[in-house]
Design a protein around this ligand. Structure first.
Ligand code: UT7
Length: 330
């Protein structure tokens, strides 16, 4: 094991459904308004996957683009980690379905579920796999189709979420570049705050569960909000401390895109001006595990990530879970 080996992000890609649902569209079906949604969340519109499109379809699209941008072929991939809470089916894993779709025949594949924190969890775990020298080309994908788990009659949740996928390719890079530090956390006592109660082994799908919509997202929004505004800043500072980097040196802060007010609170905690914070929640809503890799991709595509830049990615989600990684862009 080499101590100077780091995992660098060497390619990025996205898989985004074309269909856009605006706040005005939602006004037509539920008792809400563009004004309420935008002022409370910062969301203007979200993407919704059409019937027939599953999580692995978006994930595979993102993966192929990331590989192309990395200049690598599917045969070079030796590990695929898909962070998702909305797999194509209970099993096998969505990662295996992606492996087959893209023809990554040499790759091991598994899913990781930390809901909206899933991408940060997967990134940090995969970075360890690369740093040990055990894996040399890892696809880390965040993909979710939450529109299929939303109760479209519940205005408190259905306005928040959207669908999508984002992928990065991790490969060995030399110091001082790559993923420098990560901090992950969980508090399972917070599970009742945000969950999908039915459809698992505790409460299998039944006519009663379906009638009561217990197979859809249940959320105590205000409590999740309070947790999020504190944890996003805290865990980012912990990861920066672990990396030995002061927050003034952060060139770009890429938080989970759930709510603009949560993002602003986290930026304030780090003393970062909003010019150094990437925001696209207005166009995608909360895409769960996909939100950070989609934002990373867009930041990269806009030329905002330059060699040597310090980037912090940070997420929170159901579980409760949270995590942050500090990356020096290669
Ligand atoms: O990845 C993690 C996912 N979860 C989150 O990020 C959620 C975190 N929480 C939040 O972002 C916020 O709590 C919300 C945006 C969900 C809600 O904002 P809030 O300021 O906490 O509003 P609230 O839930 O306290 O509701 C205020 C009012 C209520 O009406 P009354 O009881 O005051 O008459 C709601 O019924 O707003 C009403 N309301 C709506 N009105 C119009 C709730 N949803 C809507 C809606 N349109 N879509």
């Amino acid at each position: 094991m080499r101590n100077d080996l780091r995992a660098g992000i060497v390619g990025l890609g996205i898989g985004i459904p074309h269909s856009v649902v605006t706040n005005y569209d939602l006004e037509q079906c539920i008792d809400t308004s563009d004004e309420w949604i935008f002022t409370r969340t910062g969301i203007r519109e979200r993407r919704v996957a059409p019937h027939g499109i599953a999580t692995s379809d978006l994930a595979a699209q993102a993966a192929l683009q990331a590989l192309q941008n990395a200049g690598k072929t599917p045969e070079e991939v030796d590990l695929i980690v898909v962070a998702t809470a909305t797999p194509d089916m209970p099993w096998p894993s969505t990662a295996c379905l992606v492996q087959a779709k893209i023809g990554a025949s040499r790759a091991a594949a598994f899913d990781l579920n930390a809901v909206c924190s899933g991408f940060v969890y997967a990134l940090w775990m995969a970075a360890q796999a690369v740093e040990t020298g055990a894996y040399r080309c890892v696809l880390v994908i965040g993909a979710d189709i939450l529109s299929r788990q939303v109760n479209w009659e519940d205005r408190a949740t259905c306005v928040l979420f959207g669908d999508g996928a984002g992928a990065v390719v991790l490969a060995p890079v030399d110091e001082p570049y790559g993923v420098l530090a990560g901090v992950l956390g969980a508090d399972g006592t917070g599970a009742p705050l945000l969950n999908v109660p039915a459809g698992g082994t505790r409460e299998p799908l039944s006519p009663e569960a379906l009638a009561q919509k217990r197979h859809t997202i249940q959320m105590r929004g205000r409590e999740v909000f309070k947790f999020a505004v504190t944890i996003m800043g805290e865990v980012s500072l912990q990861a920066l401390e672990k990396a030995g980097i002061p927050s003034e040196e952060v060139a770009l802060f890429i938080p989970h895109q759930a709510n603009i007010r949560i993002i602003q609170a986290a930026a304030e905690r780090l003393n970062l001006p909003m010019e150094r914070v990437f925001v696209n929640v207005d166009r995608y809503g909360n895409t769960s595990a996909a939100s950070i890799p989609i934002a990373l991709y867009e930041a990269w595509a806009q030329g905002l990530l330059k060699r040597g830049n310090v980037v912090v990615v940070v997420g929170f989600g159901a579980g409760l879970t949270w995590g942050a990684c500090v990356v020096r862009w290669v």
